[in-house]
Design a protein around this ligand. Structure first.
Ligand SMILES: Nc1nc(=O)c2c([nH]1)NC[C@@H]1CN(c3ccc(C(=O)N[C@@H](CCC(=O)O)C(=O)O)cc3)C=[N+]21
Length: 288
């Protein structure tokens, strides 16, 4: 018997993001012709970590595709906290910069929280500022973390109902797990949040209608841990010998999933498309 083809179960993040970028490109054209504004994003990268450089490059390429002005603020690895904050303050006052993205992680001698808090919440394209996180928690979703927003957008694109469903989020980070849980609660899902300290993960994941996994543990989720017909988002990235792996054992789990994101080509491209959307949103808000 030939091996069954599961391609139709794959959520193609690349084509979803392409569709989103086309809409954003139109929005960029519109604000340029009607308001004479070119949305601008400044990325700050401290040091020269190869993975971080690659991610920043992906963001700049996306800006190019949609017509957003992008500036690369590459600061040396020995940058002091004061110098970093100074640069953020300069960007806060720049009228042509609508989004500021401080690439994480920062070198160990720098304090990520106080640097993030220094970013003008109105320019917080990442949605990491406590003001924006607080708004998310009370159901006001403006600038919110891009990766979980990309998951919500994908659920909408595929017409997956959220209300009343059991969503299990594995991972409780500030960038994925916590904001993901808040967004799902805002849409009336029943949400369980599991993480590295959860005693018995297998007790929870098989009940998930929607499963979002972001732990950075390669192939943590096996086929026996998911329900038949689940919708699964793999937010994990583990690099090994130049290959990237997700948190889900895709080849086996796909056989039970209704829909599932691959790594790469899943939530990564969606994250970047949402970031573009946020810069456009911030530019629009700047003229209100
Ligand atoms: N302030 C801040 N904001 C971030 O958004 C942020 C950050 N810091 N630090 C690091 C993580 C990581 N991240 C990724 C985004 C897209 C892909 C992506 O599109 N990946 C491609 C694969 C690229 C490849 O490996 O060739 C994919 O999944 O298909 C990956 C990783 C954003 N991050």
């Amino acid at each position: 018997m030939p091996e069954e083809n599961y391609d139709s179960r794959k959520i193609d993040g690349r084509s979803l993001s392409k569709k989103l970028e086309e809409q954003i490109g139109k929005g960029v054209d519109q604000i340029q012709t009607e308001n004479g504004i070119t949305p601008g994003l400044a990325t700050i990268l401290v040091g020269a970590d190869p993975a971080s450089r690659m991610y920043v490059r992906l963001k700049h390429k996306a800006c190019e595709r949609v017509g957003i002005h992008a500036e690369d603020h590459n600061m040396p690895g020995h940058t002091t906290q004061e110098q970093l904050i100074q640069r953020i303050w300069e960007l806060n006052t720049r009228e042509d910069i609508h989004g500021i993205l401080l690439q994480l992680p920062l070198p160990g001698h720098l304090d990520e929280k106080s640097a993030m808090f220094a970013i003008d919440p109105a320019k917080d394209a990442d949605g990491f500022h406590p003001y924006n996180m607080g708004k998310l928690l009370i159901g006001e979703e403006g600038l919110v973390p891009c990766t979980p927003k990309g998951v919500i957008r994908a659920l909408e694109e595929y017409n997956i109902p959220i209300q009343g469903k059991h969503a299990v989020v594995v991972g409780h980070s500030n960038v994925v797990g916590k904001p993901m849980a808040a967004m799902l609660i805002n849409r009336n899902a029943t949400v369980s949040v599991c993480h590295v300290f959860t005693d018995d993960l297998k007790k929870y994941t098989p009940d998930a209608d929607i499963l979002v996994v972001g732990t950075g543990v390669k192939h943590l989720i096996k086929a026996d841990m998911v329900k038949e017909g689940a919708v699964i988002f793999d937010v994990g990235i583990t690099e090994e010998n130049g290959k990237v792996y997700g948190d889900v054992d895709f080849d086996n789990v796909v056989k039970k999933a209704l829909l599932i994101t691959p790594v790469p080509g899943g939530v990564g491209p969606m994250t970047i498309a949402i970031l573009m959307e946020h810069v456009l949103m911030a530019a629009r808000n700047s003229i209100l």
